[in-house]
Design a protein around this ligand. Structure first.
Ligand code: SAM
Ligand code: DTB
Ligand code: SF4
Length: 331
């Protein structure tokens, strides 16, 4: 075992909500210091992974998630489209790779994955994997046996978010429950696919809900390999379109707390960077985020231009770097 692996923090799944709240509420410099210690002990210094997203099936979703541009319940001006052809997806994956991304995440505006779409989705996963990219999909709820088929096709990660605390969840979505989400996450885990799970800040929730979200994630055993932290991208026409934007310091607190509580997880600063200042993003990266989405689109909304992201990393003295399989071992 390398010396750095020996000092790596062992993930705990018995954090109490109070312990997590106490971390979250620390004076910012003390919280950041603890997060940086965890980062130093577990992760290569100064490396940020480039991920890229693609919406493979856009809009017309039967769910009523109050934040989402793609729900058929709200008038957001988005036009729905069918599942993309495999060739078109591969072309986008090639472009992402040429832009330096090493992870490619495909999202579909579905309530759940239908078996009739399985062959096309599996073909996309296999083809993207064959390009040498890490694969991630987010396709809604899964039934028994579906995650196994995705894994056989070459899937590395399945993204399925808890979004917020259990108590606040009903204020955001009514067409499914928190336990539905946990059940799909368990199916992903049982199939041996890496779990990517996280949530959204800035939906009118309080700090107790942000702590509750991190607590729910920390109870998963093992922790999700990937923890995605989104700032709400406000969408006109949705119930949450007029929400007060989350403060960058509050977002950094959530990232730092997740970094400490789930030391071996990839923490991703995901949606919302387009509306953040360079200083705000700097704080979130300094708080211990390992990855960002690059490319000028997320799924349906804008993301910073490549040149802005290059400038950001240059300013911060950070480098792009690929995923390392064993946190702690690559220091
Ligand atoms: N339909 C699938 C599902 O909901 O699991 C997959 C696609 S969905 C767009 C993936 C995730 O994106 C959601 O779980 C949510 O956390 C995040 N998301 C969607 N709209 C967002 C927005 N306006 N701002 C921030 N995050 C958002
Ligand atoms: C996640 O947690 N964030 C990404 C990914 N998983 C699929 C999605 C962000 C979506 C932002 C809004 C949009 O572009 O539609
Ligand atoms: Fe549908 Fe996913 Fe959007 Fe919810 S978040 S409305 S499930 S696409």
């Amino acid at each position: 075992m390398s010396p750095s692996a020996a000092t790596a923090s062992t993930p705990r799944s018995d954090w109490t909500r109070e312990e997590i709240a106490a971390l979250y509420d620390l004076p910012l410099p003390d919280l950041m210091l603890k997060a940086l210690e965890v980062r130093r002990d577990n992760w290569p210094a100064g490396r940020i992974q480039k991920s890229q997203l693609l919406s493979i099936k856009t809009g017309g979703c039967p769910e009523d998630c109050g934040y989402c541009s793609q729900s058929a319940h709200f008038q957001t001006g988005l036009s729905a489209s069918k599942l993309m052809e495999v060739e078109a997806v591969v072309a986008e994956a090639k472009k992402a790779k040429a832009n330096g991304a090493d992870r490619f995440c495909m999202g579909a505006a579905w309530r759940s994955l239908k078996d009739r779409d399985m062959p096309a989705v599996c073909a996309m996963i296999s083809a993207v994997k064959a390009e040498g990219l890490e694969t991630c999909v987010t396709l809604g709820m899964l039934e028994d046996g579906q995650a196994e088929r995705l894994k056989e096709a070459g899937l590395d990660y399945y993204n399925h978010n808890l979004d917020t605390s259990r108590e606040y969840y009903g204020k955001v979505t009514s067409t499914r429950t928190y336990d539905d989400r946990l059940q799909t996450i368990a199916r992903v885990r049982n199939a041996g696919v890496n779990v990517c799970a996280g949530g959204i800040l800035g939906m009118g929730e309080g700090r107790a809900d942000r702590v509750g979200l991190i607590h729910e994630l920390s109870k998963l055993t093992p922790h999700p390999e990937s923890v995605t932290i989104n700032a709400l991208v406000p969408i006109e026409g949705t119930p949450l379109g007029g929400s007060t934007p989350i403060d960058a310091v509050e977002l950094a607190r959530a990232i730092a707390t997740a970094r400490i509580v789930m030391p071996a997880s990839w923490v991703r600063l995901s949606a919302g960077r387009e509306n953040m200042s360079e200083e705000g993003q700097a704080l979130c990266l300094a708080a211990g985020a390992n990855s960002i989405f690059v490319g000028d689109r997320l799924l349906t909304t804008d993301n910073p231009e490549a040149s802005e992201d290059e400038a950001l990393l240059e300013t911060l003295g950070l480098e792009w770097g690929p995923r390392t399989d064993k946190p702690g071992a690559a220091l």
